[in-house]
Design a protein around this ligand. Structure first.
Ligand code: PGA
Length: 252
């Protein structure tokens, strides 16, 4: 695992080819900001074109089907996403868990399929507001990790975890920096439980309303290895604000 902060833009269901200019601008800036590892996960339809526009940054998918191929109308396998130019995929995003009823078991199958296809995975976990208010945030996230993390020889190297509280996504609300650090510590302990020593090296990203204004504070937290960014990754201007904050330029 690299020690550089990892900043990943999740474009969700946004973007036509007009967005490629943003990818190009992000890529150009990333060339200067070498202290940060940058990636974007555009919709499937833009993976190939984004890979061609952007030479330096990582390109990922937002999901994949657990099967290698077959009669699954409308679905995309990990091998297909890889062939289009993706080197990793997000799995288990809360929007997929909610919109498509994805279970931990399915998320795990997807993660294992992606790794089998030669890709990295960002496994998303996060509690709802009800969970948090009931004091069950850590238990929920622990259960999600236990059920969703891929198993197998050497898989830990391909895994990144994103902690994304459901109530913080797209809402402008974020947990306190202390709550983020506490959850990342909890996640680290679980990763070590599952993967042993290898779990100590897995990057844990925070996601949910990360903006240029709050990025530096969030990213300075212990065990916060980067950010998964939705809304603020849609323009190069705001995404670069986060990348610059991650680079820590001007600080110290
Ligand atoms: P947001 O989304 O930055 O728009 O809150 C984050 C995510 O869902 O990955």
């Amino acid at each position: 695992m690299s020690n550089r902060p990892y900043i990943v833009g999740n474009w969700k269901m946004h973007g036509t080819r007009a967005m490629l200019a943003e990818a190009r601008a992000i890529d150009r800036a990333a060339e200067r900001l070498i202290k940060v590892e940058v990636a974007v996960a555009p919709p499937f339809t833009l993976i190939h074109a984004t890979r061609k526009e952007a030479e330096l940054i990582g390109i990922g998918a937002q999901d994949c089907h657990p099967a290698e191929g077959g009669a699954h109308t409308g679905d995309i396998s990990a091998a297909m996403a890889k062939d289009a130019g993706a080197s990793f995929t997000i799995v288990g995003h809360s929007e997929r868990r909610a919109d498509h009823g994805e279970s931990n078991t399915l998320v795990k199958q997807k993660a294992e399929a992606a790794i089998e296809a030669g890709m990295g995975v960002i496994v998303c976990v996060g509690e709802t507001l009800d969970d948090r208010e009931a004091g069950k945030a850590e238990a929920t996230v622990g259960r999600q990790l236990k059920g969703s993390l891929p198993e197998g020889e050497g898989v830990a190297e391909q895994v990144t975890v994103a902690y994304e509280p459901v109530w913080a996504i797209g809402t402008g609300k974020t947990p306190t920096p202390e709550d983020i650090v506490a959850m990342h510590k909890h996640i680290r302990a679980k990763l070590v439980e599952v993967y042993g020593e290898d779990g100590a090296a897995i990057r844990i990203l925070y996601g949910g309303s990360v903006k240029p204004e709050n990025a530096a504070e969030i990213l300075s937290g212990k065990e916060v290895g980067g950010a998964l960014v939705g809304g603020a990754s849609l323009t190069a201007e705001s995404f670069l604000g986060i990348i610059i904050a991650a680079a820590g330029d001007g600080e110290e």
